[in-house]
Design a protein around this ligand. Structure first.
Ligand code: DAH
Length: 342
């Protein structure tokens, strides 16, 4: 047996599987293996050769031993058969955060849903408007202070192009195109030249409503808004109707709700009065109907406008209107909804 070729075999064997390593072990390190056979021959060799050969065989055995240990150490760990897995019904399910709606959108959608139940459909108008739709057709006098640049953002003052100051413009746009009977709701953004503070902002959101029919009275207006406000705030809310003035309505009113924060006791939100104003409304002025080509002898209308920020502040007890536009993730996250994704 050529010991050199054995030495080479030991150092070059590929031992990358448990089977190959077992075979290697049998061949070099076990009883009956090739090295074992060579050791067994030693006593029969002449004494001068025996000692030297014994050293070489020992070295070979150690080399084989090291080679096997080395292969064992670097071998990839065997893949264990996986134990059968059972679903654990007591394990808390993974909760994925889904995106959240902005609080103004939440409230706007609630408002829309309540009016849709009463047969209102949605209408839209542009945010860049002209004086006719924002003021003149709505019966504002030529020298009304709202027409002043102090109050309104004019884009092209000489042409009377401005950012709409209210969604009442959409009343006009709808009546110019559609003929009664009409029940429309127009949510949208409006702009005013104001100092930004906790209570006011240069832009905010309104929802405008308009109903034009043949037989319509203030009682219909009152019933509609009562249904809406009780739907939004709950049955126990108390309402207060106050006479007011708007150029485009005749009679005009404002509606207050009993303060949700203090329950009517008086607090900073209701300025100690126990009441908070939530909307303006009235019977559409016959001049406005005429300006849009609708016969005021035949048709009557009622209209209302409400501020979405104000309602949202009341519903969620939000003290500062600026929170709506600051995009503070902590504020927005408090309106996030969580849903398990299964
Ligand atoms: N446009 C009014 C405002 O911005 C709100 C308003 C009041 C709208 C009475 C109406 C209404 O339709 O009838 O202050």
């Amino acid at each position: 047996m050529n010991l050199e070729s054995l030495a080479q075999e030991i150092s070059e064997s590929i031992l990358d599987t448990p089977e190959k390593r077992a075979a290697f072990q049998r061949r070099f390190l076990r009883k009956g293996g090739v090295l074992d056979g060579l050791f067994a021959e030693l006593p029969y060799l002449p004494p001068e050769v025996r000692k030297e050969r014994g050293k070489v065989l020992n070295a070979l055995r150690q080399a084989a031993q090291r080679r096997l240990e080395e292969a064992e150490r670097t071998a990839p760990s065997p893949v264990e058969p996986s134990p059968r897995r059972y679903a654990d019904p007591t394990f808390p399910h993974v909760i994925y955060a889904s995106g959240g709606r902005h609080p103004l959108s939440i409230v706007e959608r609630r408002i829309i849903r309540l009016f849709q139940r009463m047969g209102y459909s949605l209408a839209e108008g542009p945010e860049i408007e002209d004086e006719w739709h924002n003021f003149s057709a709505l019966n504002f006098e030529p020298d009304h202070p709202a027409r002043d640049m102090q109050d309104t953002f004019f884009i092209e003052p000489e042409k009377g192009i401005l950012l709409r100051t209210h969604t009442s413009t959409v009343q006009i746009r709808v009546m110019e195109k559609q003929k009664p009977p009409l029940r429309i709701l127009a949510p949208g953004r409006v702009y005013r030249h104001e100092t930004i503070s906790a209570r006011s902002h240069v832009y905010f959101h309104q929802v405008e409503g308009l109903c034009v029919e043949e037989d319509l009275s203030a009682a219909d207006l009152k019933a509609t808004l009562t249904y809406f406000l009780k739907g939004l705030f709950g049955e126990s809310i108390r309402l207060r109707w106050r006479a007011s003035y708007f150029p485009f309505t005749e009679m005009s009113a404002e509606v207050d709700v009993s303060c949700l924060i203090c329950g009517g006791e008086g607090c900073s939100v209701c300025k100690q009065s126990g009441w908070v104003e939530v909307l303006g409304c009235g019977m559409v002025d016959p001049n406005v109907l005429s300006a849009c080509g609708i016969d005021p002898q035949k048709y009557r209308g009622f209209a209302f406008g409400l501020g979405v920020e104000r309602l949202t502040q009341l519903l969620y007890n939000i003290p500062d209107i600026r929170l709506f536009s600051q995009n503070d993730i902590r504020f927005l996250k408090s309106f996030q909804t969580y849903a398990p994704l299964l």
